[in-house]
Design a protein. Sequence first.
Length: 139
Amino acid sequence: MAAKRALRQELIEEITGVDEIVVSTPMWNWSVPSPLKAYIDQIIIPGVLDGSGAAGLAGKKVTVVMAQGGSYKPGAPREGWDFGSGYLNVVFTALGSTDVEVIVAEFGLAGVAPGMDDFVGAKEESIAAAKQAARARAA
């Protein structure tokens, strides 16, 4: 148990010891990949780094870049199915960051998955917009 606690403390020191945090992740099955979720579960410890006052990420700039296979924005057939970007926004805000931005690139499966060829243009536009947003965020 002591070794597990030491590893968790090491992860916490790593993330709280930087000025900026960049998370680049795909959206898997409408949420974050399980390894990312497991990492988040390891760094949240009540009284050390948590969402109820131990705001260890205060003053940290957090940028999340999320790639999605389709589109989940208003008007899309699966509107509201994106549980990943909102979750990550809540996590980093709860951990104390007041500067969280989620950048989404949509339609990653266009031109790859059957039936999505009509969305290749939207994919290219979304990737270009995400790159522009990332450059603006980095400036």
